[in-house]
Design a protein around this ligand. Structure first.
Ligand SMILES: NC(=O)c1ccc[n+]([C@@H]2O[C@H](COP(=O)([O-])OP(=O)(O)OC[C@H]3O[C@@H](n4cnc5c(N)ncnc54)[C@H](O)[C@@H]3O)[C@@H](O)[C@H]2O)c1
Length: 252
């Protein structure tokens, strides 16, 4: 039997990078996937790729920072598959390494919207459904920036610390109800996340002082393997924790 045989899985940010790798890997492991992303063309491409490999997927184009879009996302999963067995909150955006003195309300709200409000909206609805099912697994993609103070700017760092806290709280609160919730803290991964970035000069200079201790960049597929494990019943005793996958960067 495949690792996620017949499980319904929602993956946000599944149009690119780690989310895309997870969608492809999970589908190859028998999951019925909802490929969710802001960008409709990316959603379509990933759904097609999964179908071309005889996997099962539907697409959902929407903004997870908007509660009404998240409601529709959950409805789409329920209408098609009838359960929400696994939720992966992967969608996230960077903050141009902006130090707090330069953070505008607009930047703060935008980063918090995607990186923290989005996962809050999805977790709230998914947990309600998982409670009815008596079972479910949530994987949140935090970052080593959710554990350390200077892998990004103020808003990103705060949002990813917040996501780590949300993860631990959900894991403990519902651990007796068949629901597990864990987070992944990747280090540097080769994805599109810096697309269109315009780094803050001072912030980037400060961050760069720690870059030399990064041993290597990872490929998205490497992180997807950890997400698959955490989403699966093989991780039955792993709950409410943040698992680092950074190739040793934070070991320094
Ligand atoms: N790349 C890294 O080095 C790194 C390191 C640590 C953590 N992360 C985290 O990993 C996650 C995935 O990032 P990635 O590196 O694969 O980046 P990516 O940019 O390649 O993929 C992220 C996807 O999320 C989508 N997205 C952005 N905002 C959205 C929204 N509001 N609603 C729905 N979808 C939205 C994007 O369209 C994109 O397709 C993010 O949460 C990121 O913070 C990345």
């Amino acid at each position: 039997m495949k690792t996620l045989e017949n499980k319904s899985v929602i993956i946000t940010g599944a149009g690119s990078g780690m989310g895309r790798s997870m969608a492809l890997l999970f589908a190859s492991e028998g999951a019925k996937v909802v490929v969710a992303d802001l960008k409709a063309d990316r959603v379509e491409a990933v759904v097609k790729e999964i179908a071309s490999k005889n996997g099962t997927a539907i697409g959902f184009a929407g903004n997870i920072a908007r509660e009404e879009d998240v409601n529709k996302l959950m409805d789409a999963c329920m209408a098609k598959y009838g359960t929400i067995d696994v939720l992966v909150n992967d969608a996230g955006i960077m903050d141009d390494f902006t130090p707090v003195a330069d953070v505008t309300d607009e930047l703060w709200n935008r980063v918090m919207g995607v990186n923290l409000f989005g996962p809050f909206y999805t977790c709230r609805l998914a947990v309600r459904q998982m409670l009815k099912q008596g079972k479910g697994a949530i994987v949140n993609v935090s970052s080593i920036g959710g554990l350390q103070g200077a892998r990004a700017g103020a808003a990103y760092t705060a949002s990813k610390h917040g996501l780590a806290g949300l993860t631990k709280n959900i894991g403990f609160m519902y651990g007796t109800k068949g629901i597990r919730c864990n987070a992944i803290a990747p280090g540097g991964v080769n994805t599109n996340i810096m697309e269109g970035a315009s780094p803050n000069k001072f912030g980037f200079e400060r961050i760069s002082t720690g870059m030399a201790s990064n041993l290597r960049m990872a490929e998205p597929a490497e992180v997807a393997e950890l997400a698959l494990f955490l989403a699966s019943d093989k991780a039955s005793n792993i709950n409410g924790t943040v698992v680092v996958a950074d190739g040793g960067w934070t070991a320094f």
